[in-house]
Design a protein around this ligand. Sequence first.
Ligand SMILES: [Zn+2]
Length: 237
Amino acid sequence: MKRFYIILGLALLLFTACSSNKGEVKENPYKLEIIATTDAYLESVKQDSTNILIDLEKYIPGIVLDIRYADTNNFTKSKIYTLPKAYLRKPAADSLLKIQKILAGKGLGLKVYDAYRPYAATLYFYKVYPDTTFVAAPWKGSIHNRGCAVDLSIIDLKTGTELKMPTTFDSFTDQASHNCMEIDSTAMANRSLLKEVMLSHGFTLYDAEWWHYNLKQRDNYKLMNLSFEELEAINNK
Ligand SMILES: [Zn+2]
């Protein structure tokens, strides 16, 4: 019996060692500079107040969230986020606030599919879909991980219906590209409307995906791996 407990003890020890190793590798296998703790994030905000990640739902009246990675309705077919939240750094959130006001004048508004994305999700995405056209290279990290990229579309404010676009969100096809002209004129006009309003407010586009925009001034924002729970805990303090 004693021998059984010793073997059990050794097995448990081995299991714990393996899982903690796995944990380390999983979080930062490419040894990138990543803000991964609440303290480090708060310190970065102290140094530069624009580092703050803004809760878009609270900050932008009427903005609609459809956070696909908090559901199974995404290319991984699994729930990646435990909370359906959209956060962006302050300058990006300010720009979206202005854009929302401009669109509201036309009876339109923004719908966000994804914004800040913890680095752990970028690691996982590449595992599921190892193609760096549509999924960020984990050895560099995604601009979403910097809180400076947003995936979004336009809706009719009254009905909440999405305007017709060339493809659905995360359609990893040639039709999703800004360069694709073989689409109907309504979808093309809506894609242009989103593009014009985003480009005139400090964002740049990504050729391969009509829904993805990057903040132009993004170089100073570090990659982050804080979970939505951690961000919520800070915000609700
Ligand atoms: Zn994106």
